[in-house]
Design a protein around this ligand. Sequence first.
Ligand code: SF4
Length: 749
Amino acid sequence: MTDSSADSVRSQCPYCGVGCGLELMPPAQPGQAVKRDSDGNPIWTARGDRRHPSSLGQVCIKGATVGETLARGRLTQPLYRAGLDQEFRAIGWDQALELLEWRIRSTLAGKGPRAIAMYGSGQFHTEDYYLAQKLLKGALGTNNFDANSRLCMSSAVAGYTRSFGSDGPPCCYDDLDHCSVAFLIGTNTAECHPVLFQRLLKRKKRNPRDVTVVVVDPRSTDTTKAADHHLAIRPGTDLALLHGLAHLVLEVSGFDADFIEEATEGLSEFAQLIAEATPARTTQICGITEQQLREVAALWAMRDRILSLWSMGVNQRREGTAVVCGLINLHLLTGQIGKPGAGPFSLTGQPNAMGGREAGGLAHLLPGYRLVVNDEHRAEVEKAWGFPPGSIASARGLSAWQQIEAMERGELDLWWVVATNPLVSLPNLERVKGAIASCQLVVVSEAYADTETSHYAHLLLPSSQWSEKAGAMTNSERRVTYCPSYRPRHGQSRPDWEVFAELGRRLGFEHQFSYGSAAEVYAEFAALTAGRVCDVSGLSHGLLVEHGPQQWPFPQGSEPCGGSKRLYGDACFPTPSGRARFVADAVMGLAEPPCAIYPLVLTVGRYLGQWHTMTRTAKVERLQTMHPEPLLEIHPDDAKRFGVMHGELAAVSSRRGSVTAKVLVSDRIRPGSVFLPMHWGFSQESACEVNVLMHEQSCPISGQPELKAAAVIVAPAVSVVKPTEHSQGRLELLRRLFRDGHASARSRA
Ligand code: SF4
């Protein structure tokens, strides 16, 4: 393999938050036939970019096959229908934007700005995220912008902010090469962040004594295979475990007294709380042995360079923020932060959820990690945006689930979903469907034609996706990569930021939304981060193109590749006192614990070869072959107890509904728990809408729903509670209308 192809382009993978560098080769290579997908579209092939500092040429199967996903099944032109029981008809962009402008104006005049909301995505480029904030929060005066990051990383955001005074992951991927202990909790890194896992695995294989791997997960996974210590705790007991570990660290004097004295506050309250987290109590709650607990506590107490990694298993919990803070408490107690190989490190789910946080892409944020409730922050942003004082509302906007509740109450009349598929990813899906069906105008901006959410849209707007638009993305280690436009826009699709800008101009904000390019949008955003923790004021599209990906903080005047690898190396934190805080949160446990009627805990996760709701990965035959259907993992004892057989269909029921799935009897899962993947929605052939089962109870601090656990019962599928005739009929109707709508749209085009 040559080091690079002459006419290749470089970008960041648009799947997970590892943010690997990709090198994309054009469909026509010298001496070779043009490469095409199975629909005959020419495809760019992808391989790892050896020059990208985050991934060093590595790539997983999703990234390697992304070229096959870019042209198939696309939405090509705007479609509209007045009611969900009507056919879509093709309309032009001018008509679509006129309609949207008119509905925004009439909603503002009627119910006011809080009756409008947008639900965006970590798939956005930073430029899309930024202009969505300017449009919603600045021009329209509503903070009702939330993103699917609410379901993914908002507990990490809240945890960092409580403990350190600001969001911002303090670590970098190089820490995998330096840590002496890798403490993985609530993350199946092998399948969800595979390139990072392979980096850790390679190091461990080379020198097994160099690094000790601890994995905390109720389930055995490909990640736990690499563990020296696997703590298969009961679901929902991780905060109890962390408190128990802290208790033992204190008991054996394994803390860092100098660091605590110089750089932290709040230890005494925390020490009081964990006094009760004795080994006996902790092991009884968590379902592990005292020896297991003591061995892992000894690592925290004795070792230097401890790196902890976490993901959805921690964040998607009612006590998600508390668990994040509980983990950070351990780092503060032992002084394991701000140095090579040490620190708490959240692994982001989506490719640009980090950029979204920087651009203010949640209902409580403004660009540059600012807060909507902070008077000074609002004034700074209003001035920079050129809106009069008071334009930005002072109250937090509606979070993802609050937007659903507002629709149920009839308070939200215009819901705009962009680059995400909430009809698979939100919890309690039947309730979500009812709420959305009652909304007066549902706008869906999408790259793909047939997502589950499209079935509930009135207005469908075709989006140009990654590869067809230029922009920046930030990965989990705070590294910003320029993603070029290297393919033509598909059909009439347009980049989301362009649509937001045009709508802003149509609404009368000509001056605020006049941009000639994505580079101009990025320049305005970057300037607004000056002096903030996430300072990227020294970055520009031009610099990223010339010098490659850069880590922030990167203030104006920084030398290329001079960004800080780690935050808090000076033990100085962005709190009023400059000290990091111990946070003392009591254990709450699961919001919906198992009971006599629903005696099992369902936990939900991901497969290596599938991505989120499969809008892309379902288009790749190789990935479909890897994971042709969702499988219900159940322990042999439970399979026997509930009378389900390996390879047969089982019904899984919760208080909210039922699904069916093929049974995989396995001792990978602990007794009392079952597992299902989250990817399959109602439009997939092997439909298994697992989030029909999940509840919406959320972390009170982050607003992140507890998508990781619900109480269920399992039975042979012969006794499955089928969807009601009404809902089945409705689904068929929607499918038919959507199909026919597309057919008529095509024939009119
Ligand atoms: Fe893409 Fe994530 Fe795979 Fe890297 S690990 S290639 S970012 S999906």
